[in-house]
Design a protein around this ligand. Sequence first.
Ligand SMILES: O=C(O)CCC(=O)C(=O)O
Length: 260
Amino acid sequence: MNSRTAAAQLLEDGWCVVPGVLDAGATADALQRLHAAAEEYRRRGHDTHMPVLDPNAANVRVFDLLDLDPVFRELIRHPAALALVRALLGPDAMISNFTANIARPGARSMSLHSDQALVAPEPWLAPWSVNIIWCLSDVHRDNGATLFIPGSHKVTRRAELGAGPIARLVPFEAKAGSIVAMDGRVWHTSGANVTANEERALLFGYYSRGFLRPQVNWNVVLSPEVQKSLDPELRWLLGLGAAANFAQAAELLAADIGRT
Ligand SMILES: O=C(O)CCC(=O)C(=O)O
């Protein structure tokens, strides 16, 4: 990378890659736990093929990661991830979702979208969400790297995407153990895995501003045992305290604009 910091690149370009956040051992351990989590998720009665997202079962989707293995509760609050999240969204950022998409050979692309458009209506005038993508395998175009449209974090309405957006897609390429941070306004899709036998395993830690409802209800997703095990920081990031949408109020009232 050039002399810009990763956070500066994220703010300006809408994305950045930070290599080597996990070493080889930690990456292999997380990957093995992801496969175990996929099995447990199926055992709990969920299908890992989600036809609403992916055209065939070569994409393996695992939701509820935070309930499935403590390693994911560590990754979601990893300092390298939270530093980028807070640089883009500010101190009130919360955890919206944490899911995995394993693209196996034969996996095909999903629909083009931005993650902010999935949780808030247009116009998208500021970053209100961000994805931290954990690469548990090397990721490149042929094994289904996430494809994105450079500069699309500046798109404020769907109509501004213009004609032929698919032709403008380029891959995020990164080594196993890296994280990719992607502004929620970046238009992107999953790539097709055209390799014979290479799996592409990615985790998507999704965070949003405190005034946006998270994608899932953590009170329901997390078992009582997991909830009891959480420390105050993680409880706060998951919105599990009694107070919810008060960050704007605190800021406005502290500004003390005036009283009669
Ligand atoms: O798997 C990918 O590369 C992208 C997944 C994605 O964008 C999504 O699930 O919303």
